[in-house]
Design a protein around this ligand. Structure first.
Ligand SMILES: O=P(O)(O)O[C@@H]1[C@@H](OP(=O)(O)O)[C@H](OP(=O)(O)O)[C@H](O)[C@H](OP(=O)(O)O)[C@H]1OP(=O)(O)O
Ligand SMILES: Nc1ncnc2c1ncn2[C@@H]1O[C@H](COP(=O)(O)OP(=O)(O)O)[C@@H](O)[C@H]1O
Ligand SMILES: [Mg+2]
Ligand SMILES: [Mg+2]
Length: 322
């Protein structure tokens, strides 16, 4: 008689919006064909009652969930938790998130022609400091982008302002990160990482700001999740018009992008993330990492079902060997 074929169970704990976008029938079917059942986890119920799991995927906030996961992992050391809540934590703060880029020691093949880094930035914890730029301006010039320090996935954490002058500072609510606005030709590069797989795509971004604009415009401009706006949906042609910028933009060197991606993967120990890169048009061949996101919108990545299923098989295969 034929041996029963063992199947794997991957539990997933995702917010409803994420579940809707990521757990597509096409992914569930492909994973199933390859022996993997994707099983929803109810975070309101004890995790131990819902197992066993060969692997747990998650993007949930809150200490309760983290504690559940830690307890489950301690009791089930053979279960793969992708990724560890402690490793994810550094991406929830816009300073620690980018610190890791500065720590990368890459032996770049492209070092003679390309370089990478992060924009100048400073963290402001209170209004007193904010309104006294003499305390923090070191090397930082207007315009700046004000970003909430916390990047926890809430709508609030994506609300940003482009600040053109001192006047614009008074509307900000610390704790915030003030980051140098770098002209980058209106296009950002999103680099999706899934284990050792790396895929870079182009997206719309904020348009460049000219010297004259800095003095003639209002004191600040608010925006949120600009890269998710389709071109035809832009509310104000003047502010966001990118014409053919997206189509015409040249991709960054793939070797550089892969080196940064795999460097970040090693340094953060994370398997599932993406990062946003801009090309500084003042320099031309300098690339700046401006954002790193845990478990991003993979469904927007070409062939995401195959990429993710291959990754699951790879991880489960390695686990079996161990
Ligand atoms: O919803 P999507 O597909 O736009 O994905 C969001 C990501 O978009 P991207 O894949 O980079 O274009 C998005 O990336 P950005 O921060 O916009 O660069 C975040 O990863 C977002 O998660 P969170 O709100 O920060 O927890 C992601 O949101 P969640 O799907 O995790 O809610
Ligand atoms: N330093 C910067 N210079 C120029 N544009 C930036 C800079 N930082 C962010 N942006 C623009 O703002 C958008 C949102 O910033 P980001 O840090 O990626 O926040 P979020 O986590 O909400 O995606 C980016 O996609 C990019 O268009
Ligand atoms: Mg971003
Ligand atoms: Mg982000």
């Amino acid at each position: 008689m034929a041996e029963p074929i063992s199947r794997f169970r991957i539990g997933y704990a995702l917010a409803p919006k994420k579940k809707y976008s990521f757990i597509q029938p096409s992914l569930v079917d492909l994973a199933s064909q390859r022996g993997i059942d994707l099983v929803p986890i109810d975070v309101e119920k004890p995790l131990a009652d819902q197992g066993p799991f060969d692997c747990v995927l998650h993007k949930m906030c809150g200490e309760d969930w983290k504690n559940q996961l830690r307890d489950y992992a301690a009791g089930n050391p053979a279960t793969l938790v992708i990724d560890s809540p402690d490793d994810i934590e550094r991406l929830h703060n816009r300073i620690s998130m980018l610190d890791v880029v500065g720590e990368l020691e890459l032996n770049l093949e492209t070092a003679r022609t390309e370089s990478f880094g992060i924009p100048k930035q400073v963290v402001i914890y209170d209004e007193e400091n904010l309104l006294n730029p003499d305390l923090w301006t070191e090397g930082l010039k207007f315009p700046v982008i004000a970003k909430p320090l916390v990047a926890d996935g809430s709508a609030k954490s994506h609300k940003m302002s482009l600040v053109f002058n001192r006047e614009g500072l008074s509307k900000l609510k610390p704790p915030i990160v003030l980051q140098e606005f770098v002209n980058h030709g209106g296009v950002i590069f999103k680099v999706y990482v899934v284990g050792d797989y790396v895929k870079c795509v182009k997206r719309n971004s904020l348009p460049d700001v000219s010297e004259e604009k800095v003095t003639s415009l209002e004191s600040s401009l608010c925006f949120s999740q600009i890269s998710n706006l389709p071109s035809h949906d832009k509310s104000d042609e003047d502010k966001y018009s990118t014409s053919n910028l997206l189509e015409d933009a040249e991709m960054p060197p793939s070797r550089l992008i892969t080196d940064i991606a795999l460097g970040l993967r090693k340094a953060t120990k994370l398997h599932l993330f993406n990062f946003d890169v801009i090309r500084d048009i003042r320099v031309g061949n300098r690339y700046l990492v401006i954002d790193i996101n845990y478990f991003p919108g993979y469904a927007k990545m070409p062939s995401y079902e195959t990429v993710l299923t291959d990754f699951f098989c790879d991880m489960l295969g390695k686990k079996e060997k161990d």
